[in-house]
Design a binder for this molecule. Structure first.
Ligand code: SF4
Length: 302
C-alpha cells in the first residue's frame, strides 16, 4: 500500500495558533480555570482531549461568574467588542487567539461602517465570526453617529431581495456608498456571482474579499491528490463545514472516498487499496492524521 498525503491538509494557521495558545495556557495555569468562549475548534476528539486537560467551555451567560485568577482564550473566530469588554471587566487573563485574518475583517467592516457605507456581507447568519465582525461594525457606526446598514446575504437571490427592500425604503439610492465584504470561509464562486450582480446594478460598489486561502488550498490539494490515488480518506469532524466540503469533492473526484473522525472508522475495504490518499479538515489535529496513517500501514492487506 502506498499512502499519499494532500500537499496541504489539517490545521490552518489560525486554528493552530489557537490550539498552541490553549496548550500554553493549560500548562502555565496554576490557580484559576482556563476557559474558551465556545468550543475552541470543530473537532470532537481534540475537544475531548482539551477537556481532559481541564479546558472549560464558557457561555456568554457565565461571563459574570468569572474570577480574576481565571484565563479566557478568545477563539479564532473572534468575539464582538462588547463581549471582549465584558470578559476583560472581570480582570481575568485574556488570551486573544482571534485569527489575524478575522481581526483584519473586523477592522475593515468597522472602517466602512464609520464612513456610513451600506455593507453587504456574504456569510452565515449564526456564525461566530460574522457576529463578531458585525459587532465591530456596529460599535464604529455608533461612535461615528451613523446608522449601521450591515446586510447579511448568502446568495444572489438574497442580495436581490435585500436591494429591493433597501430601495423601497429609500436607504439605497444611486449615491449610496456600497461595499461588499465576506466571511473568511465563504465560497469563492458565490462571492464572484454576488460581486457581478452588485457591480451590474451599482457599478461604483467597492468589493473587498476576505476569503481565507486555507479553505481553497485544501480543496486544490485534494483535487490534485484525487488524480493520483484509488481511494481517499478525509479526516475531520463530521459537523465541520470545511471537512464536509472536502468529503464532497473527494466523493466526486475519486472512486472511493470516506469521511472519518478517528482511525477506528476506516472501512475494511480501504486496507485493500493500493494507492490511498489522505486529507484532513482545518480543525483536524496532527496526531489523528498520523494515527490514521499508522493504522493503514499496520492493517494493509497488500
Ligand atoms: S480558516 Fe483562515 S481565517 Fe479561519 S482561522 Fe483558519 S487561517 Fe484563520
Amino acid at each position: 500500500m502506498e499512502i499519499l498525503r494532500a500537499k496541504i491538509l489539517g490545521f490552518c494557521a489560525g486554528v493552530r495558533r489557537a490550539v498552541v495558545a490553549a496548550d500554553k495556557a493549560l500548562s502555565e495555569n496554576k490557580t484559576g480555570h482556563v476557559y474558551t468562549l465556545g468550543p475552541l475548534i470543530h473537532n470532537p476528539q481534540a475537544l475531548e482531549s482539551l477537556a481532559e486537560r481541564n479546558l472549560k467551555i464558557l457561555t456568554e451567560n457565565e461571563i459574570p461568574s468569572l474570577n480574576n485568577n481565571d484565563t479566557v482564550i478568545i477563539r479564532a473566530h473572534g468575539v464582538p467588542p462588547e463581549t471582549d469588554a465584558a470578559i476583560r471587566s472581570k480582570g481575568v487573563n485574556v488570551i486573544n487567539a482571534t485569527c489575524p485574518l478575522v481581526t483584519k475583517s473586523q477592522k475593515t467592516a468597522a472602517e466602512y461602517a464609520e464612513k456610513g457605507y451600506i455593507i453587504f456581507f456574504a456569510g452565515d447568519k449564526n456564525h461566530g465570526e460574522v457576529i463578531g465582525i458585525e459587532g465591530y461594525a456596529r460599535q464604529a457606526a455608533l461612535n461615528a453617529g451613523k446608522k449601521l446598514n450591515f446586510i447579511l446575504i448568502k446568495d444572489v437571490e438574497e442580495l436581490k431581495k435585500e436591494i429591493e427592500l433597501l430601495q423601497k425604503n429609500n436607504i439605497l439610492t444611486e449615491d449610496s456608498k456600497i461595499i461588499l465584504l465576506s466571511q473568511t470561509t465563504f465560497s469563492i464562486k458565490m462571492f464572484e456571482l454576488l460581486k457581478n450582480e452588485l457591480k451590474n446594478l451599482y457599478p461604483h460598489s467597492e468589493i473587498t474579499s476576505s476569503i481565507c486561502p486555507a479553505t481553497h488550498e485544501r480543496q486544490d490539494s485534494l483535487t490534485e491528490l484525487c488524480s493520483k490515488v484509488d481511494g481517499v480518506i478525509v479526516i475531520g469532524g463530521k459537523t465541520s463545514a470545511n471537512t464536509n466540503r472536502l468529503f464532497k469533492t473527494a466523493e466526486k473526484l475519486c472512486k472511493k472516498a470516506v469521511l472519518i473522525e478517528t482511525p477506528d472508522e476506516i472501512p475494511e475495504e480501504f486496507y485493500s487499496i493500493k494507492k490511498i490518499g489522505i486529507t484532513a479538515g482545518a480543525s483536524t489535529p496532527d496526531d489523528i492524521i498520523l494515527e490514521t496513517e499508522k493504522k493503514l500501514i499496520e492493517n494493509s492487506k497488500l
